[in-house]
Design a protein around this ligand. Structure first.
Ligand SMILES: Nc1ncnc2c1ncn2[C@@H]1O[C@H](COP(=O)(O)OP(=O)(O)O)[C@@H](O)[C@H]1O
Ligand SMILES: [Mg+2]
Length: 213
């Protein structure tokens, strides 16, 4: 089991509360859909260990998580936000960043960055400054940066929402290809997309994970 969560609760000061009675995830692609404001992003941020609520049980990779050691858990999970956020550096440096902090060698970094850039068809952008590329290109750069260090889990928040059809298909194919070694949660409003990608689709409403479609 990748995640095994029972009675997770997280509240903002605004009054919104996320409550997940049970979430079980094996190595696979899980889809989450539901109206805007229902708590999908909030749930992903909890799964990424970036937000911490309360729970009865929260196991990651078979082990109850240790709230005093969230930083090591964060290294194994990537959250890719809906709206791309890039550093004011080149595209290459943006994608290389997670590898640098994990102390990969220069040679390994070069190889991995070029290889993933090819997958996302952004190899021609590597020397460009992050602020000189389009929104759709920035989205693909963020996705490449999310996958480049081969994390255990990738959490994708509306990964194809701002992309043209061809780029969307490219991302879908990449998700399918990588899913044998990486567990993926995809939040999407496109139910047909979720049906193409996921073995399990969940529905979120008013902060609750309701049912499988
Ligand atoms: N940082 C925040 N502080 C307070 N309220 C927030 C914050 N982020 C989101 N919310 C509220 O929590 C609810 C769920 O938001 P979100 O998880 O972004 O929903 P979704 O991703 O399904 O659109 C919304 O009502 C939103 O206004
Ligand atoms: Mg959202």
């Amino acid at each position: 089991m990748v995640y095994q969560i029972s009675k997770l609760q997280f509240s903002y000061d605004s009054g919104f509360t996320l409550f997940v009675d049970e979430f079980l995830m094996q190595n696979s692609i899980v889809g989450i859909t539901g109206p805007s404001g229902s708590g999908k992003t909030t749930f992903l941020l909890n799964l990424a260990f970036l937000y911490t609520g309360k729970w009865e049980s929260f196991k990651f990779m078979g082990k109850e998580i240790d709230v005093d050691d969230l930083s090591s858990l964060r290294k194994r999970v990537t959250y890719v936000p809906q709206h791309p956020i890039l550093f004011r550096r080149t595209v290459f440096e943006n994608i290389a960043y997670p590898l640098k902090v994990r102390r990969f060698s220069h040679e390994q970094i070069r190889k991995k960055v070029y290889s993933i850039a090819e997958n996302f068809r952004i190899q021609d952008l590597l020397n460009k400054k992050a602020w000189q590329i389009s929104g759709g290109q920035a989205k693909r750069v963020c996705l490449a940066r999310g996958f480049v260090f081969e994390p255990d889990v990738v959490l994708l928040d509306e990964p194809t929402s701002d992309l043209d059809e061809d780029s969307g298909k490219l991302i879908e194919q990449f998700i399918l290809d990588v899913s044998s070694r990486t567990s993926i949660v995809v939040v999407s409003h496109d139910k047909q997309q979720l049906c193409r990608l996921c073995s399990n689709i969940l529905y979120m409403e008013k902060g609750r994970l309701l049912h499988t479609l």
